[in-house]
Design a protein around this ligand. Structure first.
Ligand code: ZN
Length: 153
């Protein structure tokens, strides 16, 4: 999915979460959540975050392809484990934001291999990245953000 769609879905998920759970540091939690919701695309120099952090994305692309290891369950699972073990709640923000990105990419026709290399099966949806359908989806997500924000007032 496109950067703006990932950001919008991250915002919608974050706002929705805040209806049920207000963390101890809400602004830091929201920042980490949103950052994690765009972070997996650091595995390509062509993404917005990959371009901004090109030394990192260039280095990572030596070892992994786009939608490779950085689009598997292992990174958020490790973050969850570390946060749980050391009792650091902000790791939950990272874990959830990252998972939101993965679930979003799983809705695309390109899909992701969530459990690679253990299971090679690709989880795919029907939205082609950058297509008119994604823009329609983005509009619905933005309406959802507006509705959730209105509910917060
Ligand atoms: Zn991605």
């Amino acid at each position: 999915m496109m950067f703006k769609t990932h950001l919008a879905i991250g915002a919608l998920a974050g706002i929705t979460l805040f209806h049920y759970y207000i963390p101890e540091h809400p602004f830091l939690f929201a920042f980490i959540f949103l950052f994690a919701s765009i972070l997996p695309d650091i595995d390509t120099t062509k993404s917005v975050i990959g371009k901004r952090l090109w030394p990192v994305s260039s280095f990572l692309s030596i070892f992994t392809r786009h939608r490779g290891f950085f689009h598997t369950i292992w990174i958020p699972l490790a973050a969850f484990g570390i946060g749980f073990y050391f009792n650091i709640g902000l790791f939950a923000a990272f874990t959830m934001g990252y998972l939101v990105h993965l679930l979003s990419d799983a809705m695309t026709s390109e899909g992701i291999s969530l459990f690679s290399p253990v299971l090679k099966r690709r989880t795919k949806g029907f939205i082609k990245t950058g297509s008119a359908l994604e823009y329609v989806f983005l509009v619905f997500v933005c309406v959802g953000i507006g509705l959730q924000a209105a509910l917060s007032l």
